[in-house]
Design a protein around this ligand. Sequence first.
Ligand SMILES: [Zn+2]
Length: 691
Amino acid sequence: MTQPEVTPKMSPVSFLRDVFGFDAFRPGQEEIVDAVTAGRDTLAIMPTGGGKSLCYQLPALARDGVTVVISPLIALMRDQVRGLREAGVEAGALTSGNTPEETDAVLESLREGRLKLLYMAPERLASGATVPLLQRAGTSLIAVDEAHCVSQWGHDFRPDYLRIGELKRQLGVPLAAFTATADAETREEIVQKLFGGTQPETFLRGFDRPNIHLAFAVKDSPRRQILDFAAARRGQSGIVYCGTRAKTESLAKALSEAGHSALYYHGGMEADARREAETRFQREDGLIVAATVAFGMGIDKPDIRWVAHADLPKSIEAYYQEIGRAGRDGAPSETLTLYGPDDIRYRRQQIDEGLAPPERRAADHGRLNALLGLAEALDCRRKVLLGYFGEAPGEPCGHCDLCDKPPETFDATQPVRMALSAALRTGESFGAGHLIDIVMGNETEKVRQRGHDGLPTFGVGKGHSKAQWQAIFRQIMGRDLMRPDPERHGALRMTEAARPILRGEESIVLRKDTIKSARSGPKVRAMVSEEDAPLLSALKAKRRALAEAANLPAYIIFTDRTLIEMAETKPSTLDQMARIGGVGAKKLESYGREFLAVITGAEEEVHPARRRLAGREAGSLYDRLMAAQADLHRGPDGMEKPMSCSAKELARVASAKPRDMAALERLIGPRHAERFGRAFLQLLEDSSEAS
Ligand SMILES: [Zn+2]
């Protein structure tokens, strides 16, 4: 069915500026907004963080009537509604999370024709009352978020999504579907089930997220690797994805013991506990969640500064989706993915033992291969990643670990042929450990028992160390030249891809061991220059105070990206403030003055107690005490009552430099000493050693 084109009263771009405070669209947004505003059926495949929600929010404002937004993510809907209201837009949600009063208020504004956006959980569609309600309300557009939930193959399948196609037919309105999923089968299912088989206008947009730094590292004391990564990013919100529930709990504990605010999250927790963890993560600054992949679908926190994988994700799509939760505000964000041979075996086994039909399993192996190819890449990871999604940047990105430091490579044709031959000569019945013993010529019990010391390949690979052989076998598996045999536990079988190498028709280049570079430690990128850093922290402190007072997540006030722009451009008038990205009319009115005061009065904003220390050693000590205190604001596990020392107390500590707990207690009192004492004394000790 084709829809009549609608000429909007006001252009979407004027709403973009006036309501949301942005001067320009992000790449790819405008065409989608235009198509949806004009009332054409639309399917947009765009990455999370690509500015998806604006693609239906702006058309909703530009069009008459109500736009119904269907999403499976209750927390996300509630946050979007809050965000829209903060920006001065009439929006409401009908979800199972509503109180009766909230539902009444939504229905009333719907009746009065005030509502512009109505968010709704798919379960609502099962009720017979919903269609008449939406008809009476003057629904003029349906927007479907997470449209891949209509796919019966996906693990996000929501049966109620199958009702959306019928809803569209009954209301006779255009539909705009959004998803971050890229695979062709799912796209086809969306077209069939949501659009009744009629091809909508389709946009495949911008998979690049240039603000996200990409990095992989081979596992080598993985817990230490994660702790080091987190330590270098103290105070920033992050997610650590773990392969098992048990690991989420042990890592969260280790992170807490290392002084971070950290929680764990997995599907085995009670619903209440899960919700609480989600809510805290959403609201608090600087919290780390160690989680299984169950965490994330409902999270729409734009200021997640880093995502680490303690274990290899299951496919390149999963990897992309999970790292994509970082930096949705567009500010610099970092990722680290750890992997090793056990991960590869585990993921293969998971596919082989799964219930999917054989062709699906083959496709899943292919997706895993793509991820392994990314892990073992020889140059720019972004080129490999985007290449998979059909975008081919010509230049290296300059923003991944391999661009930062190109890996050393070597012609591995000979050793790979040795490995393949050792496997073939032993009937493809053994795992990497035994095959390494054979090529290295180790006379182990197992080798002697089976007579493998008599093989022609025995000892041919003495020239490489065991660690080098492990790296070679890992890359052999990563390149899918050998695969664990699902029938024979752990045994490696050669794949077709290896044949040309074995026959000497192709050569192969591998990376030298990557473990050393993993040990060199994470590189930390500052969000702003050193000069602007104090202003940025002052702006963040102001934001935190406002958010706590209004009981809102901090980013609803302003995102990190907006604060960074403020810190860098330092607007001195409200007019200049209005030009900052993310400062719309309503927010300018609500918060403009207060943030302006922080910027223009940055000097005056400094507490007099700190100002008196300016230019002295105690001044910088004061700042470090302040930072240590912020880390412990809610206690070492992030679960306790917020607490902080006054500026005067900190100034006293910075000047007097007490050496023991008793002396510190006299300055800040026993309660504060209990919370902050150890950290403060450590800091004072470190600084006296340094000076
Ligand atoms: Zn790169």
